[in-house]
Ligand binder design. Structure first.
Ligand code: FAD
Ligand code: EPU
Length: 335
């Protein structure tokens, strides 16, 4: 374990922003982490795969890259298996591991970049599934006193792209492992309409979880930019959730606005649609802009500064507010 000085973070964030960190260290065990924390008085940035970050300046502090590894079986019966997974494991590789072993529940979350440790942070979700549906607990080390704490599912207070780790407990914990309960009986979840149409296109009538994963991968590759080719952090904004009355007011003027009723009677509006209606889709400003196939994704074609992209997000928020009276909230963590 070696603390490096003044290193570029370009390879460590999928936006490809070239800023530096004054200190950088990779940790693989609790002991290493505690050693590092004990000797540190600088601001901290805990890093997974760097796929949900916008770095706006050089980081004058210590970046701790989480490389905790391992997939451990903690329980199994005829119906379910419970796995404890190191936070530094790659998320998609874990999904593939589960599919190969016929452990069901996260196949709809295929191809989401990043690591297992960040999955509870914003309760990653896609194609009708959220990771909260399969998380039993989250093991996290309290940074102030190095205590190992266990958050059960309800203590994580999961919501849409939210958890205690992104809100009330932000910055206070280092997530070291996540425990998942997966089903051994395949239950195919195709309630997100486009999965069915993709399966049809693939000529599949009785899908396996592998087929669902492949369908999700095809859909994602058709609209989301590959961060290896074009810098991005996925959806830059959350889909706004508004009251039924506000939704009706919008539909009175814009009858085709996509909207989805939530369990509590509120409505989720499609931020990508709102942004597209304001004329931003495919917009290129110098070397950055708005993705041409998905207006919710801001992109860096190479060489953009984090602040350029932040300013673009401000301009988008202003125009959506002016046209629809809705204030978009950023999903990406601004550092
Ligand atoms: P990072 O970006 O490294 O970190 C994110 C935040 O979590 C930071 O604040 C960081 O400090 C903190 N953090 C990371 N690890 C730890 C830890 N071990 N302990 C404490 N804090 C930690 N997200 C979705 O929900 N659904 C999608 O469909 C989706 N699609 C995407 C598509 C693309 C092309 C891209 C680039 C991103 C997408 N995302 C999506 C966003 C992103 O992949 C997820 O949020 C992912 O979970 C981030 O993981 P990461 O390891 O890269 O986290
Ligand atoms: N839409 C437009 N124009 C656009 C983009 C979308 O009109 O430019 C419309 C679509 O036609 C559709 C609706 O918006 O009617 C929803 O679009 P899509 O299915 O692409 O999903 P999304 O709401 O834009 C969300 C998540 C994604 C997740 C997908 C699939 C958020 C913020 N984003 O996107 O998550 O992969 O659903 O479930 O909730 C991420 O969080 O980084 C992310 C990529």
């Amino acid at each position: 374990m070696q603390i490096q000085q003044n290193i570029s973070l370009k390879a460590y964030n999928t936006f490809g922003i070239d800023v530096s960190a004054s200190r950088f260290v990779t940790v693989t065990t609790h002991e290493e982490l505690i050693d590092v924390l004990k000797g540190n008085d600088l601001p901290l940035l805990i890093l997974g795969g760097g796929s949900n970050l916008l770095l706006t300046k050089n980081f004058e502090g210590l970046v701790i890259k989480n490389n905790f590894s391992g997939i451990e079986k903690v329980a199994e019966d005829a119906d379910n298996i419970t796995l404890k997974v190191g936070a530094g494991e790659n998320w998609h590789n874990f999904v593939l591991h589960c599919i190969e072993n016929n452990y069901c529940g996260i196949e709809n979350l295929s191809l989401i970049p990043g690591n297992v440790g960040a999955s509870p942070m914003q309760n990653i979700g896609a194609y009708g599934v959220e990771v909260k549906d399969v998380i039993v607990s989250v093991e996290a080390i309290r940074i102030s006193d190095y205590t190992v704490c266990n958050f059960d599912n309800s203590a994580c207070n999961f919501g849409y792209r939210s958890s205690v780790f992104k809100t009330s407990e932000k910055g206070k914990y280092f997530i070291s492992a996540v425990t998942f309960k997966l089903s051994k009986t395949p239950t195919i979840n195709t309630k997100y309409g486009v999965i069915n149409s993709e399966l049809e296109k693939m000529g599949v009538s009785n899908p396996t979880i592998k087929d669902v994963s492949n369908a999700v991968i095809n859909i994602r590759q058709s609209k989301l930019p590959d961060p290896k080719k074009i810098g991005n952090s996925g959806s830059f904004f959350k889909n706004p959730v508004i009251s039924s009355q506000d939704k009706d007011n919008i539909l009175a003027k814009f009858s085709d606005a996509p909207n989805y009723v939530q369990e509590n009677g509120t409505f989720k509006m499609a931020a990508g649609w709102l942004i597209e209606q304001c004329g931003w889709k495919g917009k290129v400003v110098d070397c950055y802009g708005v993705h041409d196939k998905q207006a919710l994704v801001l992109v860096n074609f190479g060489g953009a500064k984090g602040n350029d992209i932040y300013q673009l997000s401000e301009d988008i928020i202003k125009s959506v507010k002016a046209k629809f009276d809705i204030t978009l909230e950023r999903e990406v963590n601004i550092i």
